[in-house]
Design a binder for this molecule. Structure first.
Ligand code: BGC
Length: 717
């Protein structure tokens, strides 16, 4: 009976939704009929740097967009020279994408999205240009900090919550950059060549999950793919995105990513934004590729107006979805304490404890008398760094401030800068001497260093690590930090190294003599407080790396197997599907810290793995986790699959599920998950389809990709 009622309710839901869809589509067609060609064309290209034109007489508003993935951008100039009218634009600065993904907590992805959506609604933005989900193919990519992971499954899980969170607040999300923006070097021209298998298994799944989650808009990427710009790429946009996946919203170009009017018209680019021209004052937006030329082409009969109608239709769908036409958008909230607490929570769950020998951490403020905090990143504010994702933070707690807040004058805190972070800076003996002098007198040293975040959007240079438009020149610790750390290690054995940054850094010199290492990312406006909570054990760390940290750059898969940054024209992804841990584990290359790694102040024990085969090659996996330590903590249980024998080579392990569980000391919980048939498939690009080959599969369960506690074989057919 219950089932029948549920089915009836479901049916009713489907009928009501499709009736609403039909009614909206009718309204859209009626509006399109009333529009002139010029009005339609006005809607498909920028009329300022962050909006497209509306049609006032028909009640169609301008479509207003804002960056970015971890906070609503400050009011950018309309045409890069005239600022928008002054407004309240210092907002909540959330932790960056890589930190969010390190939480391995999709529910937090949702909370994160809610903050962003609510603040965007308050600021009267219609579209927020995020999340950014390009695969972290190589450790040097300047924008890895904005993205989420090297693993398509983890991205697919995290992206859903983010999108729903934003869109439930009445603002459209814009997942970006579709696809293959995996390096900033020559991003505007480089042609990416990859196998169909790598495309399907690694680079597309996150975007597919976003479309399935109902993302309203998508942004094309700058680069080319198989010889055609991604933003107007017939295969990617027409065939896959709009064909196979049936995406109904607009595909927005990246800023200046359109290069050809006919291709943009025919290959599915619905809105052209930016362009290099937009950087110039007095820009004439009607000269965009999708501007006046389109009007002339239609009038000359060289382009069918129906192609333009289709673009307008897609834009109007977003406008109706969020009640923009009726002018009834949701109000939203700004800079609330609740938003700041979400920023804190994400940072606390995202910061990763990489190493903790002799239980140096957590620090105990009642037994420690003095701490030397060393390093420029302890005081450097990061929110305004990075390029288009920069956020004017309402406030930002630096690591030093967070530590001071926590100890509340109960412990003596001394600070020394230790190194300079301007362009070309190397070890500074005077600063090192000052730092060593403080370190030798302190009970504990907290060194805060790593990468820096380029400050200024318009000043891209090679000092701007973790910034748009530049990649890192190498993986070496910049500014002579190795010399500094070595000197500090000699002065004081009790040193914690806190690494700020958007990804791996070469730690081979500093790691062996450092007892504790914490990966702090760019952790948002509450980052300093979150870090202190972790260092002093108020928060038990539970973050796990969403990307492999190789020991040396030469060990990274894109460098070892693939090509990076290519020959100036093409970059061939010869690393294929062997990205990140898929490479390290299959080719036995030990990383510095593995994908999925992250320590806690407690320990977890995995037991009782049971595999049960259900019909349709579904496998039920169950196991228990026990907190065997003395404090409460959360563990991310990771489930990997390995096919024992396959027609084409497969990785040693692929993440297929994970769950984050919180356990009290001594508590045991049973985890039961179902691996559906697709968890065992791979894309056979000789057959051009996903295949499930019969045979044996190993299910591996553990707390990190290099820490598998349980494994069993299951046979499928
Ligand atoms: C970036 C996008 C961003 C856009 C607008 C581009 O340079 O690649 O991610 O949304 O600028 O600022």
């Amino acid at each position: 009976m219950k089932r029948i009622i549920l089915f009836a309710l479901f049916l009713q839901f489907i009928l009501v939704t499709s009736a609403q869809t039909i009614a909206t589509e009718k309204k859209i067609e009626a509006l399109i009929k009333k529009m002139t060609l010029e009005e339609k064309v006005g809607m498909i290209h920028g009329n300022t740097a962050f909006s497209t034109a509306g049609v006032k007489r028909l009640g169609i508003p301008e479509l207003i967009m804002s960056d970015g993935p971890h906070g609503v951008n400050y009011e950018r100039p309309l045409d890069w020279s005239t600022p928008r009218p002054p407004s309240l634009d210092s907002g909540t600065y959330l932790p960056v994408g890589i930190c969010l993904a390190s939480t391995w907590n999709p529910a937090l992805g949702y909370e994160f999205g809610k903050v962003l959506g609510s603040e965007a609604a308050f600021r009267k933005k219609h579209i927020i240009l995020g999340p950014g989900i390009n695969i972290m193919r190589n450790p040097l990519n300047g924008r890895n900090f904005e993205y989420q992971s090297e693993d398509p499954y983890l991205i697919s899980k995290m992206v859903v919550g983010y999108i729903k969170g934003v869109q439930e607040q009445g603002v459209a999300a814009c997942v970006k950059h579709f696809i293959a923006n995996n390096q900033e070097v020559q991003r505007n021209s480089i042609n990416v060549e990859m196998s169909e298998r790598a495309l399907r298994e690694i680079y597309l799944p996150g975007f597919k999950a976003a479309v399935e989650a109902g993302v309203s808009t998508i942004m094309g990427s700058y680069s080319q793919f198989r010889g055609e710009y991604c933003t107007h790429n017939d295969y990617l946009v027409n065939k896959i995105l709009k064909g196979e996946w049936k995406f109904k919203g607009p595909m927005i170009s990246d800023w200046g990513a359109v290069h050809n009017t006919m291709q943009a018209i025919e290959n599915g680019c619905d809105i052209e934004m930016g362009s290099e021209l937009a950087m110039l004052p007095n820009i004439n937006y009607s000269k965009f590729f999708l501007g006046d030329t389109v009007v002339s082409l239609v009038k000359a009969g060289r382009v069918k107006e129906a192609l333009i109608d289709e673009k307008v239709r897609r834009i109007l769908r977003v406008m109706y979805q969020y009640n923009m036409i009726e002018g009834k958008m949701r109000a939203g909230q700004y800079n609330t304490r609740a938003h700041q607490l979400t920023a804190l929570k994400v940072a606390e769950e995202g910061i990763v404890l990489l190493k903790n020998e002799q239980d140096l951490l957590p620090l105990n403020k009642s037994t420690i008398k003095s701490i030397a905090v060393i390093g420029n990143n302890a005081i450097r504010l990061q929110g305004f760094g990075g390029g288009s994702s920069q956020v004017k933070a309402f406030y930002e707690i630096s690591p030093l401030q967070g530590i001071k807040n926590f100890v509340n004058n109960e412990v003596k805190i001394d600070f020394a800068q230790g190194y300079e972070d301007h362009k070309g800076a190397t070890a500074n003996t005077e600063l090192i001497a000052q730092a060593v002098s403080l370190a030798s007198k302190a009970d504990v040293v907290i060194f805060v260093g790593g990468w820096t975040h380029g400050y200024d959007y318009n000043k891209w240079d090679d000092n701007a690590f973790d910034a748009e438009n530049v990649d890192k020149p190498n993986m070496d610790m910049p500014f002579g930090q190795n010399e500094l750390i070595t000197a500090l290690q000699k002065a004081n054995k009790n040193m914690v190294v806190v690494l700020v940054g958007g990804g791996a850094i070469d730690m081979t010199q500093c790691e062996p003599n450092t007892k504790a290492i914490v990966q702090a990312w760019y952790a948002g406006m509450e980052g300093g407080n979150a870090l202190a909570n972790i260092l002093f054990g108020k928060t038990n760390p539970s973050g796990k790396l969403p990307v492999t940290f190789p020991k040396k750059l030469a060990d990274a898969s894109a460098i070892k197997l693939g090509e990076y940054p290519g020959n100036g024209i093409n970059v061939v992804y010869k690393d294929d599907i062997f990205v990140g841990y898929r490479y390290h584990d299959t080719y036995n290359v030990k990383p510095q810290f593995a994908f999925g790694h992250g320590l806690s102040y407690t320990q977890f024990q995995y037991d009782k793995l049971q595999l049960t085969k259900l019909s349709g090659n579904v496998v039920q996996v169950s196991f228990t986790i026990t907190n065997t330590g003395k404090v409460a903590g959360a563990e991310v249980a990771q489930v990997y699959v390995k096919q024992i024998k396959s027609a084409l080579p497969r990785p040693d392990k692929e993440l297929k599920d994970f769950q984050k569980v919180t356990l009290q000391p001594g508590e045991t919980k049973k985890i039961a998950i179902e691996l559906k048939a697709d968890a065992f498939q791979y894309y056979n690009d000789k057959l051009y389809k996903w295949v499930l080959e019969k045979g044996k599969f190993e299910i591996k369960v553990g707390g990190a990709s290099d820490h598998i506690s349980l494994s069993e074989i299951v046979e499928l057919y």
